[in-house]
Design a protein around this ligand. Structure first.
Ligand SMILES: C[S@@+](CC[C@H](N)C(=O)[O-])C[C@H]1O[C@@H](n2cnc3c(N)ncnc32)[C@H](O)[C@@H]1O
Length: 233
């Protein structure tokens, strides 16, 4: 079993090295060289080392965290390039994705992140005495608003209040119905040129069906899907 997992991880890593960054460059309309520089901003930063240390992550074949392969890092790169004013995410847990998004907003000196998560879920695997988003550095929280509740209850009202959003990222309940509900809810609030992202698109067909129904192209980076909003979406 371990050998199979290793082969799978190795192929994902090789794939990420050769294709991930090229696909990110293509959907963002930037050169590979520019994209690489921003990925380096992450890997050379102190905060990146600190978050990996806090979680005791040793990057490599057996790393199943959001750092693998380049999922959280790609959220950072996307936010650095797109320079969003408003990002909405569902699914916070310990706060990996939130930290990477907030680090990019801080570097941009612009933008806010609104995150929805259920309170105290067993699946969050939070360490004792830690709360949702505990990995997020305190100084980044001025750009962050956490909304506690299910996305079914909270997302529509939040989007209504915000009116327009630049980036939507789904990483909450990965049931077909919930993913489709979130994608459909977010799409009309997304600005033209904005991005709709989803983690775990391989869990079911919702992301592919959404793209087919709305006739939009997407790039797939391992389990992460990215759509750039163009006029037809
Ligand atoms: C995979 S984790 C999120 C990981 C996070 N994005 C990160 O990078 O660390 C999934 C999270 O979704 C939350 N969740 C599950 N169902 C939800 C729902 N219906 N609405 C909002 N959040 C939900 C869980 O509480 C959990 O914290």
């Amino acid at each position: 079993m371990n050998i199979l997992v290793s082969i799978f991880r190795l192929s994902a890593y090789l794939h990420s090295s050769f294709f991930y960054k090229r696909k990110v460059a293509s959907i963002l309309g930037h050169s590979l060289k520019e994209i690489n520089l921003i990925y380096k901003e992450v890997s050379s930063s102190q905060w990146f080392k600190e978050i990996a240390q806090k979680k005791n992550i040793k990057q490599g074949l057996f790393d199943f965290s959001m750092l693998s392969p380049l999922r959280a890092q790609t959220l950072y790169v996307l936010c650095r390039i797109a320079k969003p004013e408003i990002v909405v995410e569902t699914g916070v847990s310990e706060g990996f994705s939130s930290t990477f998004i907030l680090q990019a907003l801080e570097k941009n000196n612009k933008g806010h992140l609104y995150s929805i998560d259920l309170p105290n879920q067993p699946g969050q695997k939070l360490p004792e005495n830690k709360t949702t988003g505990w990995l997020i550095p305190e100084d980044l929280k001025k750009r962050w608003m956490l909304i506690l509740g299910s996305s079914r209850e909270k997302l529509s009202a939040l989007l209504n209040d915000l009116k327009n959003i630049d980036i939507f990222f789904h990483d909450s309940d990965h049931s077909y119905e919930n993913m489709m509900f979130e994608f459909e809810s977010a799409k009309s609030y997304l600005k033209s040129g904005g991005f709709l992202l989803s983690d775990d698109i391989t869990d079911n067909n919702s992301f592919r069906d959404f793209c087919n129904f709305n006739k939009c192209n997407y790039v797939r980076l391992f389990k992460l899907g990215i759509i750039k909003k163009i006029s037809i979406l």
